[in-house]
Design a protein around this ligand. Structure first.
Ligand SMILES: Nc1ncnc2c1ncn2[C@@H]1O[C@H](COP(=O)(O)OP(=O)(O)O)[C@@H](O)[C@H]1O
Ligand SMILES: CC(C)(COP(=O)(O)O)[C@@H](O)C(=O)NCCC(=O)O
Length: 243
């Protein structure tokens, strides 16, 4: 059994895998991580492998049971990867993006794959059909856009996402919502179309906290998979254990 820990910039995702099958998942705030880890190590005494990926600091103590009985792997740029990494600055590449490329490699090794992760930031990661990771793009996430409009102006309030979309905002709140949400939707559709024009038979995956809401409003039909990053981390762990 493997324990997977994905520390994002906003939330921590924890999952337990039995081999390649995800058997449990929980999303927690960083302040609750240590408590949850201790609970999981008690309820799943069979955990023998752990992988942790961080893109932001998270301070916690490992439960002693895990420290004693499990192989703990911290994802870092030096780790052996199941794909060829052509990023020009691999030492600065986000661990979450490495995990997404690993999942693309596991599930679609011989295909061109674009992975979109809509979390704190929106990341675009492209792996080609030669199993090479080329890189992609980083842009501000949904909440970051709402917060930026509030933080860098005098008059704009901090708006919560309105799921009822109106193209033409007729108030400050609906204008902000239209700008943020249509801005993201058109960005994502545009990026997909640019890649699809350059790479044949491309698979596109969307994941991350805002994936569901965005995917149902996109023009392009793409696969939403909320566990894609976790699957990638599990694959990297299994790949390194078997080396
Ligand atoms: N300050 C915030 N308040 C409320 N929600 C936020 C805030 N910052 C980010 N979010 C939302 O939290 C979710 C985090 O998604 P997730 O994929 O877990 O991101 P990450 O991996 O970056 O932690 C997203 O829906 C994002 O829009
Ligand atoms: C771009 C990110 C901040 C995304 O983080 P997230 O929104 O998933 O929390 C993270 O992948 C990161 O810190 N990347 C480092 C820069 C790079 O990937 O080149």
């Amino acid at each position: 059994m493997n324990l997977i820990i994905d520390v994002g910039n906003t939330l921590v995702k924890l999952a337990v895998f039995q081999g390649a099958e995800l058997i449990g998942k929980i999303i927690v705030e960083k302040r609750d991580l240590e408590k949850k880890l201790s609970e999981i190590s008690q309820t799943h005494p069979g955990i023998s492998g752990v992988i942790v990926s961080r893109v932001s600091p998270a301070n916690f103590l490992w439960p002693s049971h895990l420290q004693r009985n499990a192989k703990i792997l911290e994802l870092s740029p030096g780790i052996v990867l199941p794909f060829e990494n052509l990023y020009a600055t691999p030492q600065t590449l986000g661990n979450d993006r490495i995990a997404l490329a690993a999942a693309a490699s596991k599930m679609y090794r011989d295909r061109n794959v674009l992975v979109i992760d809509a979390g704190t930031c929106i990341t675009y990661d492209f792996k080609n059909k030669e199993n090479q990771y080329l890189g992609g793009a980083i842009s501000p996430g949904l909440h970051m856009r709402f917060r930026a409009l509030n933080a860098f102006t005098a008059n704009l309030p901090l708006v919560e996402l309105q799921k009822d979309l109106k193209l033409t905002g007729n108030s400050t709140i609906t204008s902000i919502n239209s700008g943020v949400v249509y801005g993201i939707l058109k960005e994502i559709d545009g990026v997909i179309e640019e890649y699809a024009a350059q790479y044949d038979k491309m698979v596109t995956i969307i994941t991350g906290g805002d994936a569901h809401f965005l995917s149902i409003n996109l023009k392009n039909s793409i696969f939403a998979n909320s566990n894609f990053l976790l699957e990638g981390l599990n694959y990297i762990l299994e790949f390194n254990i078997s080396q």
